[in-house]
Design a protein around this ligand. Sequence first.
Ligand code: AMP
Length: 396
Amino acid sequence: MKTIDQIKFSGKKALVRVDFNVPLDKDYNITDDNRMTAALPTINKILKDGGAVILMSHLGRPKGGPEEQFSLKHIVPHLSDLLGQQVQFANDCIGAEAVDKAKALGNGEVLLLENLRFYKEEEKGDKDFAEKLSKLGDIYVNDAFGTAHRAHASTAVIAQFFPNAKHFGYLMAGELANAEKILNGAAKPFTAIMGGSKVSDKIELIEKLLDKVDNLIIGGGMAYTFAKADGGTIGTSLVEADKLDLALSLVKKAKEKGVNLLLPVDNVIADAFSNDAKTDVAKTGKIPDNWMGLDIGPETVKLFSKVVEESKTILWNGPMGVFEMEKFLVGTKAIADAVAKATDNGAFSLIGGGDSAAAVAKFGMTDDVSYVSTGGGALLEYMEGKELPGVKAIND
Ligand code: AMP
């Protein structure tokens, strides 16, 4: 793997694609800086070598032109704090200002470019746009795992302009190495925990995992599609009515492959999608009309926890309930505790990005698991066996 370990950046300008797509509140405070801190080892290595760092990223989903709420200038103060030096900022990612500031950048200095997605060309993977970006640096480093599944100008197309100077940053390399540990050579028993809202989003991964895992745990909103498919009543719980056959075929495949498929046996139900709702516990398949399942129930917690605690490899993607609300986070927290316990006993645990990473962070348990991925969609696609454009562009 072409990591930056062997590269000496002294006197060079490194153009680094990072994923600083961090959540901001209405006052532009960063509410979770995990993606920024995750890129620090790469940035610091380049600076320590005596190189200059030009950072490029996207933020949010602008409609193809500048929008104040998506300006990367909002993150400059925090990035400067993290790096212990004032980070410079260019109000555009291409054009005269970016070129001049990149040219004037001294060794040991950092320049952040404005949001790449202020240009439609970024997501379109436009070659001319990529070439303009490429002119800003001598070496290209991709450390944006969170966007590695996109063939965008800055994540993939740009690499062709650095045929002999394109590398993975430490975050990318670490993400890939940890995903590999799960895909190839996972210690047994191997348990995958799937949750979140939709089974349709994760179907390809689930099918792939059926060839690898000993236990497949399904919780969260997606479990109600299985309960309904089994002929149960689910009240107003989340369901993908067109995926009932799919759920049944997954159950069948799991049986054929000898995978222990665990579904919730009971549920915390609520009379409204609200933290103030009236709650109760109902057996799976027996949720009354007008009630909805928003968390796994106490019997399920016991059942799932036991299997998780006895595992040697754990992949977790998706919460067990609506963990954003205090009343419905108990199941997700209990599973996080079980994962932490297994990890403490020597298991390797990988938390797939997105909401499972947010849940683990909310519980202050990021250090109690083996690895928290910064990539939601990217990790899923990699695990599904797809070649990520951002990875391929460096490897080619
Ligand atoms: P996903 O993005 O598919 O991983 O889904 C994550 C979301 O699923 C989180 O925002 C959870 O609040 C939500 N979720 C988990 N369990 C349930 C449930 N039982 N009903 C509704 N939403 C849920």
